[in-house]
Design a protein around this ligand. Structure first.
Ligand code: NAP
Length: 352
């Protein structure tokens, strides 16, 4: 049986995403073959395509951090799971494909009846948002938080989860995302026309209890200035390494942001004023504490089933149009999550 997948053979722009047709992968011992219903498109995918994300695989590779699909075939030694079971996974790369083989231990059951596009939004974006709020910053109801990139994939997830947690929320966004941020319960701060440090102190007096910074670089230090004494900046991304969805600096070095993270984290501890900077990485927390990932994803899927959260889907594209999805994300102004849907999956029409 043949299938379609997307490959990157050279690091670079969206035009480097090629559609190939080839034999379906066969599940090895302990693996299941999953027919992908929906794969997420996110900035970490764009950073891998550009070759600047620390997790970038060797060329050629298939991008795709997160997927939801149906178990279609069991490899030798697999038990306790049936063909037809809907599952979610975070393979980090490889999800832009019609079929993917994954270790059974990597897949998490998805309750029946959920929309695959909404469910896949939980795997990278909502887990990132949830774990940063509840495992890194340990927020409490009534606290004030500043969310950077609040109209984006992770940002809108954080607003929905922050509202459930009873937080007072402020969110930086461009003017295109302001109404979405307000509707999700945040006070928008236009990062292109306002100084967010001044604005957060004007609005809160003392500053924020926690700031979530996926922008990176020198922005981290400004985020620290937005804190009240005793507050925490959680750093988790390098949106600033891209401009218009392409490399901002021309330096294609996958670890270039790490030393600056280290510097700010150390500075946060050494300098007086009790303002901490702590890092978050979904993949590292999953490697170190896999039970957290499974537990948090299961809990978020329950919230989705109970309709307590409703991921914003900015657009659904057929798998073969991955390039167009990357172009759109690179242009900016996307509110929520972009999703690739596979031919033959019913999620293109809105259901899994
Ligand atoms: N560490 C982890 O485990 C982890 C996991 C997931 C994601 N991430 C990181 O999280 C970040 C966000 O990912 P995403 O998929 O949510 O991206 P996204 O959907 O593209 O959202 C990014 C948002 O940031 C906004 N933005 C750009 N520059 C900004 C600035 N200087 N100040 C405030 N907002 C700004 C954009 O607004 P406009 O387009 O309107 O300008 C956009 O809404 C990325 O750096 C990604 O690598 C990290």
């Amino acid at each position: 049986m043949r299938h379609t997948r997307i490959i990157v053979t050279h690091y670079g722009g969206p035009e480097e995403l090629r559609v190939v047709e080839e034999e379906c992968p066969e599940p090895k011992v302990g693996e299941v073959r999953v027919r992908v219903l929906a794969a997420g498109v996110s900035l970490p995918d764009v950073m891998m395509r550009e070759g600047v994300h620390p997790e970038t695989p060797r060329l050629p590779f298939t991008p795709g951090w997160d997927l939801v699909g149906a178990v279609e075939q069991l490899g030798p030694g697999v038990s306790g799971i049936e063909p037809g079971q809907i599952v979610a996974a975070l393979p980090i790369s490889g999800a832009y494909a019609e079929f993917v083989c994954l270790p059974q231990s990597e897949v998490v059951p998805v309750p029946p009846g959920l929309d695959a596009g909404e469910a896949v939004s939980l795997v990278l974006n909502y887990i990132t948002a949830y774990q940063m709020m509840h495992r890194s910053a340990k927020v409490r109801a009534g606290q004030r938080v500043l969310i950077h990139g609040a109209a984006g994939g992770v940002g809108t997830a954080r607003l929905q989860l922050g509202r459930l947690a009873g937080l007072e929320m402020y969110g930086t966004c461009s003017s295109r995302g302001a109404s979405a941020v307000s509707e999700l319960g945040g006070v928008p701060i236009d990062y292109q026309n306002q100084d967010f440090v001044r604005e957060i102190h004007r609005l809160t007096g003392e500053g924020a209890d926690a700031v979530f910074d996926g922008i990176g670089g020198t922005h981290i230090w400004r985020s620290r200035k937005a804190l009240r004494p005793g507050g925490t900046v959680v750093v988790y991304g390098l949106t600033s390494s891209l401009s218009g969805g392409r490399l901002a600096s021309g330096r294609r070095h996958r670890f270039h942001g790490i030393p600056i993270f280290g510097l700010y984290i150390a500075g946060g501890w050494i300098l007086p004023s009790r303002r901490r900077v702590v890092p978050y990485s979904i993949q590292w927390l999953k490697r170190l504490r896999p039970a957290f990932f499974r537990q948090d994803l299961t809990g978020l899927l329950e919230l989705l089933q109970q309709q307590k959260i409703k991921p914003l889907i900015a657009g659904r594209f057929p798998l073969a149009e991955a390039r167009q999805a990357h172009e759109l994300l690179g242009q900016g102004g996307v509110t929520g999550k972009l999703v690739l849907v596979c031919a033959g999956s019913s999620s293109g029409s809105g259901t899994a």
